[in-house]
Design a binder for this molecule. Sequence first.
Ligand SMILES: Nc1ncnc2c1ncn2[C@@H]1O[C@H](COP(=O)(O)OP(=O)(O)OP(=O)(O)O)[C@@H](O)[C@H]1O
Ligand SMILES: [Mg+2]
Length: 142
Amino acid sequence: MNKVTLKFKSRMENESFARITACAFLSPLNPTIEEMMEIKTIVSEAVTNAILHGYDSNPNKLVKLEIGYDDNGCVTMIISDSGNGIEDIRQAMEPLYTSKAELERSGMGMTIMQTFSDSFDVISRLKEGTSVVVQKQLQKSK
Ligand SMILES: Nc1ncnc2c1ncn2[C@@H]1O[C@H](COP(=O)(O)OP(=O)(O)OP(=O)(O)O)[C@@H](O)[C@H]1O
Ligand SMILES: [Mg+2]
């Protein structure tokens, strides 16, 4: 089991840092281009949600990304904020649901993350924050 934890300010430019770091960390597993793309998308959507929804775009909070993998190439990622939390997780996970329609969000982030994950869980408490827990099994490279 290998593992790393990143904590970074809730500034939008750090979204690409998190996405690229996740890929760099997973490179010893030789993920396929498609797996890389899916992992980048998951990190990108989760970090964007943390900043935009968790912290209402306040750039002075902290987002945490924990990422690890085991000997079988099973990747676990946890993206957390200690912001607003989600009142109704089921509603939040529905395709096309967004609480920020005025920002022209499409409400597809959660659905996309779920599609690209083997297991996808959202843990949230109002006014305490949100964690997105993702598991993804990578193909064995030969
Ligand atoms: N970290 C979070 N903290 C608080 N609320 C969240 C968080 N992540 C998601 N939500 C809530 O869940 C809703 C759905 O999230 P989702 O990512 O699917 O859509 P979106 O962010 O609104 O739009 P899109 O991701 O397509 O730009 C959000 O509109 C928000 O209300
Ligand atoms: Mg989103």
